[in-house]
Design a protein around this ligand. Sequence first.
Ligand SMILES: Nc1ncnc2c1ncn2[C@@H]1O[C@H](COP(=O)(O)OP(=O)(O)OP(=O)(O)O)[C@@H](O)[C@H]1O
Ligand SMILES: [Mg+2]
Length: 253
Amino acid sequence: MKTITKCYINSKGGVGKTTSAANCAASLAILGYKILLVDVDSQGNLSKNFGVDKSETTIYDVFMNQPFEVLNVRENIDLIPANLDFSGITLKIQDVLSRELILKRRLTEIQDQYDFVIIDCPPEVSLVTINALACSKYVTIPVEAAQFSLDGIDQMIEFITDVKGAVNEDLEILGILLTKYDEKLKRSKAILREFDNNGWTPALYNTKIRDVTAIADAQFEHKTIFEFNNKSNGAEDYMNFTKECIKKIEQYG
Ligand SMILES: Nc1ncnc2c1ncn2[C@@H]1O[C@H](COP(=O)(O)OP(=O)(O)OP(=O)(O)O)[C@@H](O)[C@H]1O
Ligand SMILES: [Mg+2]
């Protein structure tokens, strides 16, 4: 199977990008796939989620064209970590030729060893997120099931479409993932109506990630939801979401 690269992007913060990247990787690993996780957020939350605080090399070295290592963090999961060193990267790569394609060039060196490469983006629209989109085949937009989260969806779709047109014609939006969803709340129905009114419903994954404390608690303990409680609703939702992704990818052929 050819390596499939997928990124999680939304310029809004705290919507579940990192949680989804981590737990989708964990689900794929359980299903027997080999995963490379790439943290391109200087907050380093994805790295911390897998217990990585310090490392010899990071995503900074990848972007600076320096030698880098991948860390094996779990069975079937390797990671390129990030930390605060990465925060000024956009200025540093400003003068590099084809600066939108740095990550793509560097990942080519190693990606064949993996079934999936999963990239966790920072909450911004920047040269870093353009780099992530430029080397991805698929993108998932996590959206928190809350009113203000809906505001930026059209802009995100426009941004992704612009990047597709400019640097990566293969890029496809695999779907919009509703996170922190509670069907008992009145506002949840209103949110689904908003999706309908805006024409976003066809892009919406059938699986919604329920709002469950186990997900936040797992992250606090630097565990995936499967390590924390594999019988929880969170584990069920992330496994269903991952299977839905695989089905959608198969449909794209
Ligand atoms: N389904 C959920 N139920 C409950 N809590 C959740 C859920 N998904 C995420 N969280 C919690 O919400 C917070 C934000 O999640 P996360 O870090 O994944 O968002 P993010 O989009 O990556 O944020 P940032 O934009 O800062 O990178 C975390 O504390 C996480 O544990
Ligand atoms: Mg994050």
